[in-house]
Design a protein around this ligand. Structure first.
Ligand code: HBI
Ligand code: FE
Length: 291
């Protein structure tokens, strides 16, 4: 076992870089129907909630046609737009493998799709989370650069033993990021846009804090993997997000070694506060609590 809990190599049938064939022809009509159901729910909900880059990407890739998309088809357009592609993997892959794919503009996506009785919650990323949630943003040239830079930074952070700080950046941006626009807050995080309930909670619920993006502050903040977030970080623009990855994270990691974590529900005097949340949802016990 390696430090992140994986056996030393890829599972049987996977290539050395953990990729597998999507085997699109093997999806059943019922599996395609799960995609269509999830797609239709989110497509109806997201205009006015997701950011323009996401909505444009969703249109550009035509992710509705024929159920679960064939990676080869979406890769033609994705390569043309930003040089990214989607590759199929069996599930979670080790950190170094994950970062190496990102650094080379390949997004590793789960091949399987959730069961009809677990539309709203699952532990491992499936093809709906990975492709509907992540891939539209990869059609945006600025976000595309950010994701590659994150992969490169991930490989360096692994070498420096600082992955716990960098993983928070991924979590609070790529997965659960909000953006400020002239029309109000918008979603760009894949974990939000692929979830019906969190697409509503993240923007509308009075419970969570919504705080302006500050790299070091964010890297000091733990996150929840099993429930709605207690804090969302709001970027001023995708360009501002990309710029943060141009600085030297080595110096930041050194400072972070001296700094304490911030409590997950804290609002600091130095925060730019969009919402000072009530934290009522978390206080009521979290998942499916009546708030
Ligand atoms: N593997 N398939 C997959 N998807 C992920 O999002 C993922 C992963 N392995 C590791 C990993 N994420 C983490 O390294 C971070 O996101 C930080
Ligand atoms: Fe994800």
């Amino acid at each position: 076992m390696s430090a992140d809990g994986f056996a030393s190599g890829p599972p049987p049938g996977a290539r050395a870089d953990w990729t597998i064939d999507q085997n699109w022809a093997a999806y059943t009509p019922a599996e395609h129907q799960v995609w269509m159901t999830l797609y239709e729910r989110q497509a109806a909900l997201l205009p006015g909630r997701a950011c323009d880059a996401f909505l444009h990407g969703l249109d550009a890739l035509d992710l509705h046609r024929g159920g679960i998309p064939e990676f080869e088809r979406i890769n033609e357009e994705l390569r043309r737009l930003t040089g990214w592609s989607v590759v199929a993997v069996p599930g979670l892959v080790p950190d170094d493998v994950f970062f190496d794919h990102l650094a080379n503009r390949r997004f590793p996506a789960g091949r399987f799709i959730r069961k009809p009785d677990e539309l709203d919650y699952l532990q491992e990323p499936d093809v709906f989370h990975d492709v509907f949630g992540h891939v539209p943003m990869l059609t945006d040239p600025i976000f595309a650069d950010y994701m590659q830079a994150y992969g490169e930074g991930g490989l360096r952070a692994l070498g420096q033993g600082q992955l716990h700080n960098l993983a928070r950046l991924y979590w609070y941006t790529v997965e659960f990021g909000l953006m400020e626009t002239a029309q109000g807050l918008r979603i760009y995080g894949a974990g939000i846009v692929s979830s019906r309930s969190e697409s509503i909670f993240a923007l509308d619920d009075p419970s969570p804090n919504r705080i302006g993006f500050d790299l070091e502050r964010l890297m000091r903040t733990p996150y929840r993997i099993d429930d709605f977030q207690q804090v969302y970080f709001v970027i001023p623009s995708l360009e501002a997000l990309r710029e943060t990855t141009l600085q030297d994270f080595g110096a930041i990691y050194e400072r972070l070694k001296q700094a304490e974590d911030v409590a997950i529900d804290a609002v600091l005097p130095t925060d730019k506060v969009h919402t000072h949340g009530t934290q009522a949802y978390a206080a009521a016990g979290g998942r499916f609590a009546k708030s």
